[in-house]
Design a binder for this molecule. Sequence first.
Ligand code: PMP
Length: 429
Amino acid sequence: MREASERAFQAAQQVMPGGVNSPVRAFRAVGGTPFFADKGEGPFLYDIDGNRYIDYLLSWGPLIWGHAHPEIVRAVQEAAAKGTSFGVPTTLETEMAEAVIALVPSVEMVRMVNSGTEATMSALRLARAYTGRRYIVKFEGCYHGHADSLLVKAGSGVATLGLPDSPGVPSATAESTLTIPYNDVDAAKALFAEKGDEIAAVIVEPVAGNMGCVLPVPGFLQALREVTAEHQALLICDEVMTGFRVGLSGAQGRFGITPDITTFGKVIGGGLPVGAYGGRRDIMALVAPQGPMYQAGTLSGNPLAMAAGLTALRMLKEAAKEGLYERLEAHGQAIVDAFVRAGTSRGIAVSGHAIGGMFGLFFHGGKVTNYRESSESDKARYAAFFHGMLDSGVSLAPSQQEAGFLSAVHSEAEIEETTQAIEKVFSRL
Ligand code: PMP
């Protein structure tokens, strides 16, 4: 029963476009009414009708410590009691920059912003300022936030709603963004052969999480590193989703690549609104006021967000020594295995991936490696599966073209309950 959510959604739709403040929350891909959150507790989310869900959405990735982790809550409360924003520097900001630099070797200087969108938008401006070049290369189905130049063949809600390009983006801006298929090394090389000396940067999700969870094929990221270096273009790893989630040093640590610029968001804010970009010192030196590339923010480096993020990172550093990322991946793999087993035994085409604290489930028989394949997945079946899981008390992403997320506080018991729910839901699909 979700009567209170039904009423809340009716009211919300009168005053907010689609009833939401971010499109994917409206359940357009799976139909039905979104549930409205009341509170979160560890791995669980409770709606305003009192239903409990094991949460694999986790606010779309930030909550690697689950909901309302006592240490994060305490850090935020203590920070708030001292003032919520100052507009002058705090030592917390330096601590945050030092923490990021210590964990991610390619990053030598950092600028904090307020969202992943701001981080990627600023990273593009920086790459263009550094190279003096015009073009940005992105991959079909990758989502890097909603800045004009990145809303071209984007993933996430743009893909879910079938809006490959958005009205309102000037064509001159869209034309400066070149797109090629994910995992296609030949396409990248061909594009560089043609336009290499006009390309400022390649921006890539080193594990794609906005067309479902799609892994880089062996050699893909290395090839991007090589071809960009060869043409003096920059490589931007968008680790807004993967940063501190697929491993302590992000996907770049896991796959052994060294980008020039990295963008962060989600986990780095510990559940508060934060983003960051950082990279090589000579590149970051262009950012104002050290250099001429302008970028600013009234609330950037906000003390509540820094306190939450620093606490999350500090706890991750400790937990990583105890095998946290391996445990997250084992949990993700258990969910993928249960999904694949349940589908295959019934002759339903299914596949999936798990890496660190991310996983993806596809109603698609083959290995999904790019946006075209991800889009071939059976959407009606996913919608039925999604609602079956929700009714069984498990909250997954409301589109199979989104990733699933795990937290450090999901225990074996929740994973077991989830795999049992998968089997039960398939028996009725
Ligand atoms: N980059 C990636 C890889 C993302 O997944 C997202 C958001 N899902 C963004 C950028 C944009 O971040 P935000 O929603 O915080 O603006």
